[in-house]
Design a protein around this ligand. Structure first.
Ligand code: 13P
Ligand code: SF4
Length: 325
C-alpha cells in the first residue's frame, strides 16, 4: 500500500510515466479531481490494475483486494470512490456502512463474481453438510452473506488453515482453489469459476519468454491455470507480486497478470525490464479519470447493499480481516 501526495503537481506525478503531451491534457482533469476530493471529503482507493494516470495521478491509497478492504474499513473520509470493480466497492460498503461508497461505472463487474449466486452456495451446503464455505472476495455481497469466511489471493492459504478443519468448500475460482490445495493439507472442494483475464495465459507462451530471455523471472497471479503457475518463479496476489519485485529487483521479469499493473510498477522499478504480455480486464478498464471526476462532482454511482445481506456478509469479511498473514 502506498499514499500519493496531493502536494505534488499532476505533471510531476506523471512525468516519465505517461507521455508529456498527455500530461498537458490530463493535468487540468487531475486538478479538478483533487478539488472535488477536498469538497466532498473523499478518498480515492485504487486497485493495482488501474491505468497509470489513475494509479499515479489521483489515487490516495492503492493496493490489492485485501489492502483495499482494510483501507475502506479504516478511512476517516466521508466518501470512498472505488477505482476498482463492483465487488470491491461492495466490500468497502460492507466494512464501513456509514460511508458513501461511489463507483465511477456500475458496469465494472468481474467474471468470477458472475460465476456463482447465493442460491448456488445454499445448494452446496445441502450437498456438503457441515463443511465450511470459504469465499474469495471476488463475489457479490449476496454470496459473501452465505459464506463462513472470505479470503483474497493474498491470504487464501492462511484463511483456509485458520478454520482447523479437514476440508472446505472454496468458491468460486477453481484455479485459486487448486493453488491453495497445493499449499495446504486441507482438502478443497472446488467450484468451476474462473477469471476471464488470467485463464487466457498459457504455459507455452511463458516457456517462449524463457527461451528468448534466459534468466528472466516469471511471477504470476494464482488465478492463472495450474500449468501456467508451474512455470512461475513466484506466485502471489497483486500486492505480493509488487513486494516480491521490490525485494528481488530482477533484471528482467514477466508479470503474468492484468497488464496495467506492469505499467504501474515499471514506473517505480527502473532497474527492471518488463516483458508485457497484455491481457486487459475490460471491467477494470471501465474506470477512467473523467469517470472519477463525474463520480465526485455528481455523487454517483452510489453502491448500496441491503442491510440484512450486508450484516451477514460483514461477518465473513471481518472474520477474514482478523486472520494474520
Ligand atoms: P488481488 O487481490 O491479488 O489484487 O486480485 C484481485 C483481482 O481481481 C485479480 O484479478
Ligand atoms: Fe475479475 Fe479477473 Fe477482472 Fe480481476 S481481472 S476483476 S478476477 S475479471
Amino acid at each position: 500500500m502506498s499514499i500519493s501526495s496531493t502536494e505534488i503537481s499532476p505533471a510531476e506525478r506523471l512525468r516519465g510515466i505517461v507521455p508529456d503531451v498527455e500530461i498537458a491534457a490530463l493535468g487540468p482533469l487531475i486538478e479538478e479531481i483533487e478539488e472535488w476530493k477536498v469538497r466532498r471529503n473523499a478518498v480515492v482507493l485504487a486497485h493495482n490494475y488501474m491505468t497509470p494516470d489513475i494509479y499515479h495521478g489521483v489515487a490516495d491509497l492503492k493496493g490489492d483486494s485485501l489492502a483495499l478492504a482494510r483501507m475502506a474499513a479504516d478511512t476517516d473520509a466521508e466518501v470512498i470512490v472505488m477505482a476498482g470493480v463492483h465487488f470491491m466497492a461492495e466490500t468497502a460498503k460492507i466494512v464501513n456502512e456509514q460511508k458513501t461508497v461511489l463507483i465511477p461505472d456500475m458496469r465494472a463487474g468481474c467474471s468470477l463474481a458472475d460465476a456463482i449466486t447465493g442460491a448456488d452456495v445454499r445448494l452446496l451446503r445441502e450437498r456438503y453438510p457441515g463443511v465450511p464455505v470459504v469465499t474469495y472476495v471476488n463475489t457479490s455481497a449476496e454470496v459473501k452473506a452465505e459464506s463462513d469466511i472470505c479470503c483474497t489471493s493474498g491470504n487464501a492459504v492462511q484463511v483456509v488453515e485458520s478454520l482447523g478443519v479437514e476440508r472446505v468448500i472454496f468458491l468460486p475460482d477453481q484455479y485459486l482453489g487448486r493453488w491453495v490445495a497445493t499449499n495446504t493439507e486441507v482438502k478443497i472442494i472446488l467450484w468451476e469459476g474462473s477469471c476471464m483475464v488470467h485463464e487466457r495465459f498459457n504455459a507455452e507462451e511463458l516457456r517462449g519468454y524463457r527461451r528468448l530471455h534466459p534468466g528472466i523471472q516469471i511471477i504470476a497471479h494464482p488465478e492463472c491455470p495450474p500449468d501456467v503457475l508451474a512455470e512461475a518463479d513466484y506466485v502471489g496476489s497483486t500486492a505480493g507480486m509488487i513486494g516480491w519485485l521490490k525485494n528481488v529487483r530482477p533484471r528482467q521479469v514477466v508479470m503474468v497478470t492484468e497488464c496495467s499493473m506492469s505499467d504501474n510498477v515499471a514506473a517505480e522499478s527502473p532497474e527492471t525490464e518488463f516483458m508485457r504480455p497484455c491481457n486487459l480486464c475490460p471491467h477494470m478498464k471501465r474506470i477512467t479519470l473523467p469517470g472519477i471526476r463525474d463520480a465526485l462532482r455528481d455523487m454517483k454511482h452510489e453502491v448500496v447493499v441491503d442491510q440484512a445481506i450486508a450484516a451477514r456478509a460483514r461477518v465473513a469479511v471481518e472474520r477474514m480481516l482478523e486472520v494474520r498473514v
